[in-house]
Design a protein around this ligand. Structure first.
Ligand code: NAI
Length: 349
């Protein structure tokens, strides 16, 4: 099924609004979710709405949060999200970080006590649209084996970076520190497709291609992704006084309980370091240079990081966003949620 981004957003907004989020919060959350699908990051879009709706309906996301934003230094602040939707809190915290970086050149805003915030390039791009450099990292639930380990400790702890180029171009990088995000396994499950054997392990710690057999994910590039996951957990967990490592709350354990997750936004204002227009020109030059690198055997061309998503976004704009029929059916139905996630084994079918 193909739908426009606008229609998809409206359907998702209605569903999470009916589940209990205010219209304003449902609008922001649906915008972040539609952004993910619009860029082909289907792991963090409509596929998650049933889960969010159930968590909202069961009280595991605060529908009436009391946000507190406290500046703790010239370039630092803490945003207490009061366990609101992470999409909403992270978006509003980035709005504050942007204002600070415009004034002081730099902003580091810790966001504490929030729910899951989805595809986090939404937030780094907020900054880059304001001609700033945006960085963001966040915690996620423990489902990744440390290098050499046989049980999960860290989450898929993503990192995003976005820099502005000329004429509104954005260079957007956004990765889970695992070989693949957990949502990609969910996406493969929803499509009944196999996964590559490099993504995840089964209960014996052996590589598996069956998305339904996954018991833990593998860090990207072994000890390197493992080290990055550690860095993310320190910056968005320990630094903010939040639960960390394997004490980070589970996505599915108890949908009536708040998740208390953390995220950190860092915004850098290029104007405080160099000439802004020269900086943006060189970002565009970087993108062009990378595109002009001679492709390796079996590659048509070299893409700059994030260009795959830029291309999908453009294609979807022309043809509509492709959504799995089952998910679309749920979105247009009267069902608020299917009551299928609470206390679910995170790796269960
Ligand atoms: P991915 O593996 O699809 O892509 C990672 C990066 O590589 C992206 O920037 C992508 O644009 C780039 N890329 C991919 N193919 C490319 C190519 N051929 N040439 C150049 N660049 C290329 O993404 P991943 O790691 O699966 O993450 C997916 C999403 O999951 C992200 O949006 C991330 O923020 C989100 N996520 C969110 C979590 C949360 O708790 N909020 C946890 C983990 C991931």
């Amino acid at each position: 099924m193909r739908v426009t981004k606008h229609k998809l957003k409206e359907l998702m907004k209605e569903k999470i609004n009916k589940a209990g989020l205010s219209e304003e919060h449902a609008d922001i959350a649906a915008d972040v979710l539609a952004f993910a699908d619009a860029r082909g990051i289907h792991s963090h879009g409509a596929v998650r709405v049933d889960y969010y709706a159930e968590r909202i309906a069961k009280g595991g996301l605060n529908a009436n949060p009391d946000f507190k934003f406290e500046k703790t230094g010239p370039s630092t602040a803490v945003f207490d999200g009061d366990n609101a939707s992470g999409h909403v809190a992270a978006k509003l915290a980035m709005d504050e970080a942007i204002k600070m970086a415009k004034e002081s050149g730099l902003a580091a805003v810790g966001i504490k006590r929030i729910g899951h915030s989805g595809a986090i390039s939404y937030f780094s791009r907020q900054a880059a649209k304001e001609q700033l450099i945006g960085l963001s990292v966040c915690q996620s639930d423990p489902m990744v084996v440390p290098f050499g380990g046989a049980e999960p400790y860290y989450g898929t702890n993503p990192i995003t970076f976005c820099a502005p180029g000329k004429d509104g171009a954005l260079l957007t990088f956004d990765m889970a520190t695992t070989v693949q995000a957990w949502g990609k396994v969910l996406d493969a499950r929803s499509k009944h497709k196999d996964i590559p054997d490099t993504w995840a392990v089964n209960e014996k710690g052996e590589p598996t291609t069956n998305p339904f057999d996954v018991k833990a994910l593998l860090p990207a590039a072994g000890p390197k992704g493992y080290g990055l996951a550690m860095m993310v957990d320190i910056l968005s967990g320990i630094l903010l006084g939040l639960p960390f490592g394997n004490k980070v709350s589970s996505m599915y354990h108890d949908l009536t309980e708040y998740r208390n997750l953390g995220q950190l936004h860092i915004v850098i204002n290029p104007e405080f370091f160099t000439d802004l227009s020269g900086f943006m020109e060189n970002i565009t030059k970087t993108m062009n240079d990378l595109n002009n690198i001679k492709p390796a055997t079996d590659f048509d061309r070299v893409l700059y990081p994030g260009q795959d998503a830029d291309i999908r976004e453009q294609q979807y704009e022309e043809k509509g966003i492709e959504i799995v029929d089952e998910i679309y059916g749920y979105l247009v139905s009267d069902i608020i949620h299917n009551n299928s996630y609470d206390h679910k084994d995170p790796f269960a079918e």
